[in-house]
Design a protein. Structure first.
Length: 158
């Protein structure tokens, strides 16, 4: 089956959000997604876009996406963070994920980033094995830290 990878457009955001929710379900975080289509449209296609997104299409259906954004490393300089890469479950096994991953890597290389980074769940061994096979290092000695909006407010005593 053939598919095409292209840059996402504003009108693709309903399908992108469906894929984000599918990923959240897969990662056992079904209730964690609070972003809306309107948020994605505003944040990705406003005056100062906060992210870039590639989508995979097969038979006029969006079946995968990769969403990433710029970061800066005080050790390395410009980097990008790959936030999500997902292929809908019924289309996995067609090398779509690999093509989306390669598109992000090519994009990063072409804009001159020194590193591309992302998080992967420690129980997702197929993904870890794939990433390592491409030369990526999975840093098992680092833990991800996050503070959500409610905790921010509490910390700031607001």
């Amino acid at each position: 089956m053939s598919f095409a990878i292209r840059e996402a457009e504003k009108g693709d955001m309903p399908s992108v959000l469906k894929l984000v929710q599918e990923l959240a379900d897969f990662e056992k975080e079904s209730n964690a997604v609070i972003v809306t289509v309107k948020d994605l449209e505003k944040d990705g296609f406003g005056e100062t876009p906060l992210f870039k997104c590639f989508i995979a299409e097969m038979d006029n259906e969006i079946v995968g996406m990769s969403l990433f954004y710029p970061r800066y490393s005080t050790w390395k300089g410009p980097t990008i963070h790959l936030e999500d890469l997902i292929v809908t479950e019924h289309k996995r096994g067609n090398k779509i994920g690999k093509a989306l991953y390669k598109k992000v890597i090519e994009y990063g290389y072409n804009i001159g980033v020194e590193r591309i980074e992302w998080a992967v769940l420690d129980w997702n061994e197929p993904a870890i094995n794939f990433y390592e096979s491409t030369g990526a290092k999975v840093l098992r000695d680092w833990d991800t830290a996050q503070i959500d909006r409610a905790s921010i407010k509490k910390y700031l005593k607001l």
